[in-house]
Ligand binder design. Structure first.
Ligand code: ARG
Ligand code: MN
Ligand code: MN
Length: 312
């Protein structure tokens, strides 16, 4: 660990927040993501990088029976998603307050309502770097799927209709404190929301045009011009090309290469400003065994890269 860290206490402690949860989308199996990542040896790998790692088992989320959570408007599983994210916000917020680095393993990306709320409780000035094929910024009105994993950003920014079940989320993230990298499957309404709120996004077009090094620099210049704000990195594994990370629920071709994904994590680590990391949407039930193995392995190596693993 060569880089100095501005916000993480010494000795550096990473707190693994395992979130076996799939209620923000419709495909079963993404709840197995965190279990497979830990079973693949992630904790030992991070210890090998010099971190002290805390993990006291995956969260046990209370179940609501199949028809116990009827839709609210178009939102599917609205109550359980809210409750789970709230629990995650408390866990992440607690670890962050203790000066640890929360590393949240999903589970689907609706969990980011919790992780980012937890980060902002401790680091109100944090900015968010969101790596994804998708913008996940639909509102309860604009969502076509009703899947809440496509909506966490709108709740965090306070956009769209207010749903009382989600009133625990303080909409305190400024649009200027969010930046995207990797987008390539953005719904029409989401494109409008990004424009109206002047949210900075580097799609795969910009990655092709400028290269990943320049894109990360421009992204940080936007949300963190003085390089003094804490950074929450939320990484949806579907940002990577499906040839690199096939086992995920909503794969989109034309994604980040293995190196581009890792470069982002390495560059964020190098800032010394990382205060929270999410690794989301690994679904070990999708595709064949080799694909699952590949996706879990790449998930582990992205986390290692964000926690200081270097090539030399
Ligand atoms: N976290 C994700 N993989 N999100 C995919 C979202 C897809 C689509 N935009 C939707 O609203 O349903
Ligand atoms: Mn995605
Ligand atoms: Mn996502």
């Amino acid at each position: 660990m060569s880089s100095q860290s501005h916000f993480i206490a010494e000795p550096k402690i990473a707190a693994i927040v395992g979130c076996p949860f799939s209620g923000g989308q419709a495909k079963p199996g993404v709840d197995r993501g965190p279990i497979n990542l830990v079973e693949a040896g992630l904790i030992q790998q991070l210890e090998g990088l010099g971190w002290k790692v805390e993990f006291d088992g995956h969260h046990q989320f209370e179940e609501i029976s199949a028809n116990g959570d009827p839709p609210i408007g178009k939102l599917r599983n609205p109550r359980i998603v809210s409750r789970v994210s709230k629990a995650v916000a408390e866990a992440v917020g607690y670890h962050a307050k203790m000066g640890k680095l929360p590393v949240t393993l999903g589970g689907d990306h609706s969990l980011a309502m919790g992780t980012i709320s937890g980060t902002l409780d401790t680091h109100p000035n944090a900015c968010v770097v969101w790596i994804d094929a998708h913008a996940d910024i639909n509102t309860p009105e604009t969502t076509e799927s009703g899947n809440i994993h496509g909506m966490p950003m709108s709740f965090l920014l306070g956009l769209g209709e207010k749903i009382s079940e989600y009133s625990w989320i303080q909409p305190r993230l400024q649009p200027s404190s969010l930046v995207y990298i990797g987008l390539r499957d953005v719904d029409a309404a989401e494109k409008r929301i990004l424009k109206e709120n002047k949210i900075k996004a580097f799609s795969m077009h910009e990655v092709d045009k400028y290269g990943i090094g320049k894109v990360v620099e421009m992204a940080l210049d936007h949300v963190n011009p003085k390089r003094d704000r804490p950074i929450h990195l939320s990484f949806d594994v579907d940002a990577l090309d499906p040839s690199v990370a096939p086992s995920t629920g909503t794969p989109v071709r034309g994604g980040l290469t293995f190196r581009e994904g890792h470069y982002i994590c390495e560059a964020i680590y190098e800032t010394g400003l990382l205060v929270a990391l999410d690794l989301m949407e690994v679904n070990p039930s999708l595709e064949d065994a080799a694909s699952v193995h590949q996706t879990v392995a790449v998930g582990c190596s992205l986390v290692r890269a964000a926690l200081g693993e270097t090539l030399l």
